[in-house]
Write a protein that binds this ligand. Structure first.
Ligand code: PRP
Ligand code: ZN
Ligand code: MG
Length: 226
């Protein structure tokens, strides 16, 4: 169990697409930080809200372990975490506290752009490269397709050319990466956007109060943006 804390710790992406907008959103809530030398931990000055800059994929685990209290992360990462817990027979621990409306992307199945798409059954027996095996697995099960996920943490789109997989299931934003790899999206498995992820249960010590204050400010900031 984590030490009792009177400060809220927010995990955001260190680099990548969600990191900078996440930091801007928190700054628009009136938060300021004193930067540490390594710039991976930012100490909150205006409010007791510290930032931890990490890999997005690590955010659900950090919250689940009580290292961080909330995070700004793509739904895709949160859903995969939840399904992984479920597969281990453990109850859901995290929920979406807010939907942020940016960082939108799709988790799509993509095939060779010269191939024709006839439907999910076409994937039967194929190897599918993905970083989201649980989310893909659920969709395959829903469509009664028996395929083999090949788990890769990056450069998923190159797997078919390398002979590691037949097709891919990866995030698509502009579609540029798929096109560059002669692949085309054929079906969507999950619609994603940036969300505030937090525990399903109430935080203990003084952190819930800080979290409530932050969420009120956040709702104000999100409304101003509309
Ligand atoms: C994401 C995703 C795709 C790419 C899609 O990767 O995994 O590879 O972006 O974007 P596009 O449709 O605009 O080309 P990202 O660059 O975030 O790196 P990562 O896969 O290492 O997380
Ligand atoms: Zn990532
Ligand atoms: Mg990628």
């Amino acid at each position: 169990p984590a030490q009792p804390r009177e400060r809220l710790r927010v995990a955001i992406q260190k680099s990548g697409r969600l990191g900078e907008p996440a930091r801007e959103l928190l700054a628009s809530c009136g938060l300021t930080w004193r930067e540490s030398r390594d710039k991976l931990f930012l100490y909150g000055e205006s409010l007791p809200v510290d930032l931890l800059l990490v890999r997005d994929d690590d955010i659900p685990g950090l919250i689940a372990d009580g290292v961080c209290d909330v995070g700004i992360v793509g739904r895709n990462v949160l859903v995969e975490h939840g399904l992984e817990r479920e597969a281990q027979g453990r109850p859901a621990d995290l929920t979406e506290w807010r939907q942020l409306g940016w960082g939108t992307c799709r988790l799509d199945v993509a095939i060779d752009d010269a191939e024709e798409w006839t439907g999910p059954q076409q994937l039967e027996g194929l190897r599918i490269a993905t970083s989201y095996p649980r989310t893909l697995g659920r969709w395959l099960q829903e469509h009664s397709v028996d395929a083999e996920p090949v788990v890769l943490n990056g450069s998923v789109e190159i797997a078919p050319r390398l002979g590691q997989a037949d097709v891919v299931c990866d995030l698509v934003s502009t579609g540029g990466t798929l096109r560059a790899n002669q692949l085309k999206p054929v079906t969507t498995i999950l619609h994603s956007e940036a969300v505030i992820a937090g525990p399903s249960a109430t935080l203990d010590d003084g952190r819930q109060e800080i979290a409530d204050l932050l969420m009120r400010r956040l709702d104000g900031a999100l409304q101003l943006k509309e």
